[in-house]
Design a protein around this ligand. Structure first.
Ligand code: CP
Length: 311
């Protein structure tokens, strides 16, 4: 693997999922592989799981890790030809090349603004690093994709499924803040790429980018969609067509134990209790969110391992 910015960068998905599960059993098996190699992690936004699990993954492989909250550094300029006489102090052209001298792999987290669809979809931060850095780039959640989370989710479903082709439902949830589409987008792409009976449910107006959902079935009735589900993946996102807007705050879409039935409950975390999902679900035995969060390490580790193999 030369970079990991989208799940399409995975050459053999089934094999990668299996190898991720194997790494979980023997996390230190390749602890010499990353010796004298450095991962630099750049955060334009907050993180708990991605930050800690990716660092742990790198250290399991013997890598050194440096973390920079970008807000602590110089204010970066991304526009080509910009006259930098206002509030940006350093151009990405220099910054990416400089960081590349300190790093063997650069990982970047950069969320969308949810204000300017065209700018967000250009992935200008992630793509600037791809353009100007001279080392592989890992996407730790960008405007439109969260491929480390999606690989984690595939590993989790593969570990916990009790039938060859489980039914998985992606169910929208209410949230007081407008949230990005990245987790949902990458989860949809991952489900399309694996042997899953997959359906999306959300209120009208919350359609994701149709170039991503393609022919994945959408059912506007949550009750119908949830029937006989093996896994229910709950996620909040803002409207895509009415970009970045919250269209309704219909609390009826919150996941409850009654709606969940016998399905397993998944969520990428962080999650707002009793807004997105009720306590009874998160505190119940069908919630696999902690298991899922643990798998973040092994998803990151198999990705970093495959990148190290190609350095
Ligand atoms: N799921 C996830 O990416 O968590 P963090 O935002 O805490 O990294």
């Amino acid at each position: 693997m030369k970079k990991y910015t989208n799940i399409k960068d995975i050459v053999n998905l089934y094999e990668t999922i299996q190898k991720g599960i194997q790494l979980k059993k023997y996390p230190l098996e390749f602890s010499e592989m990353g010796k004298n190699k450095t991962l630099v992690m750049l955060f334009f936004n907050s993180s708990l799981r991605t930050r800690l699990s990716t660092e742990k993954a790198a250290k399991n492989l013997g890598m050194q890790v440096m973390v920079l909250n970008v807000s602590d550094a110089w204010n970066l300029e991304f526009e080509d030809g910009a006259i930098m006489n206002f509030n940006t102090s350093e151009h990405i052209k220099e910054a990416a090349q400089v960081i590349s001298q300190y790093a063997d792999v650069i990982a970047v987290r950069a969320f969308p603004t949810l204000k300017d669809k065209q700018q967000d979809e250009s992935e200008f931060i992630l793509n600037s690093f791809i353009k100007y850095a001279s080392v592989p780039i890992v996407n730790m959640e960008s405007s439109i994709a969260h491929p480390l989370q999606a690989l984690t989710d595939a590993i989790t479903i593969e570990e916990l499924k009790t039938k060859a082709m489980p039914k998985v439902v992606l169910s929208w949830a209410p949230h007081p803040k407008a949230l990005p589409h990245a987790v949902a987008n990458s989860f949809v792409e991952m489900m399309q790429a694996t042997d899953i009976d997959f359906i999306i449910t959300h209120p009208k107006g919350y359609e994701l980018n149709m170039e991503i959902t393609k022919d994945t079935p959408i059912n506007y009735s949550q009750e119908d969609a949830l029937k006989e589900a093996d896994f229910v993946y709950v996620k909040s996102w803002s409207s895509y067509n009415n970009y970045g807007k919250i269209l309704n705050e219909d609390t009826n879409w919150m996941m409850t134990q009654k709606k969940l039935g016998k399905s397993k409950f998944m969520h990428c975390l962080p999650v707002r209790r009793n807004v997105v999902v009720e306590d009874a679900v998160l505190d119940g035995v069908q919630s696999v969110v902690i298991h899922q969060a643990n798998n973040r390490t092994y998803a990151a580790q198999i990705v970093l391992k495959q990148i190290l193999e190609n350095l």
